[in-house]
Design a binder for this molecule. Structure first.
Ligand code: ZN
Length: 63
């Protein structure tokens, strides 16, 4: 049985860290954006940048 391995996935964030990440606004799971340069909340759609391998989970403050 052939095993399917994901060799092409180059996640900017270690999986251990990624697994515990959650949206600070609604606590929903986050997923990578298409280019994997950011994180996207699966619930509220808030987008967070990843800088130097560290996600910046700061919700944009609105006046
Ligand atoms: Zn959210």
């Amino acid at each position: 049985m052939p095993k399917k391995q994901q060799k092409n996935t180059e996640d900017p964030i270690p999986k251990d860290l990624f697994d515990i990440l959650a949206c600070p606004l609604c606590k929903a799971d986050l997923e990578y954006t298409k280019d994997k340069k950011g994180l996207l909340c699966s619930k509220c759609g808030e987008k967070y940048p990843i800088k130097g391998g560290i996600p910046e989970l700061l919700p944009r403050k609105m006046k």
